[in-house]
Design a binder for this molecule. Sequence first.
Ligand code: SF4
Length: 78
Amino acid sequence: MRLVVDLNRCQGYAQCAFLAPDVFTMHGDEALMYDPLADDTQRENVRRAADACPVKAITLDYEDQGAADGKAGASRVG
Ligand code: SF4
């Protein structure tokens, strides 16, 4: 999966680093580092992080999932 963080919007609240620590890490008070090609196993954590971001700076791209109402077999949690 791919993700993008709008670092102009990001205020360093670190909600994402708390919810998906394997993908997002804080360096210092406000510098956010993240993996733009996060492993698929992180999808749910990243989704939670995106939902929790107070400024909605995280955009997800489920390119491997096909159409929105598609065929992906995994059942959703939450
Ligand atoms: S939760 Fe949002 S504002 Fe906070 S560090 Fe992550 S991307 Fe930035």
